[in-house]
Design a protein around this ligand. Structure first.
Ligand SMILES: [Zn+2]
Length: 142
């Protein structure tokens, strides 16, 4: 009887834990394993969706032409960057993005993976001195 209840609780716990959806998993393909490890810990704490991982040179050129990026080279092209958002996505929810960015950096620190987040490019722990916000963007630091 007690064992049964424990099993039930275990199952319930697993059920309530956020997991990456099919599309998110697909979008993590080709992304550096160190970065994926960090995100696999993040998803246990908060629900997020992966917007983009690995990016082709072609797509980077398209984004450049559209003015959606200012750079020819991106860490996305090497699988060393991921764009993600708290799920469900609410672009007005700045707090949610900051919560996520801080969490990713903290998990990275614990796992010994150097992470840079687009809400704090200089990684000084201060978001107010960030000139250009790219709140969805996390990347491996060299
Ligand atoms: Zn990005």
């Amino acid at each position: 009887m007690v064992q049964k209840e424990e099993d039930h609780l275990k199952r319930k716990k697993v059920k309530n834990m956020p997991k990456f959806g099919k599309r998110s998993k697909e979008r993590l393909k080709g992304v550096d394993a160190k970065l994926v490890n960090v995100l696999n810990e993040l998803i246990k704490i908060m629900d997020v969706t992966i917007i983009e991982g690995l990016r082709s040179e072609e797509r980077q050129k398209e984004l450049l032409a559209k003015g959606a990026t200012k750079v020819k080279y991106s860490k996305h092209m090497e699988g060393k960057a991921v764009d993600l958002a708290p799920y469900p996505i609410d672009w007005e929810n700045r707090d949610g993005f900051h919560y996520m960015g801080g969490m990713v950096r903290g998990i990275g620190k614990q796992l010994g993976v150097k992470i840079r987040w687009g809400g704090d490019w200089d990684s000084d722990g201060d978001v107010k001195d960030n000139g250009f916000d790219d709140l969805v963007h996390v990347e491996l630091r060299d």
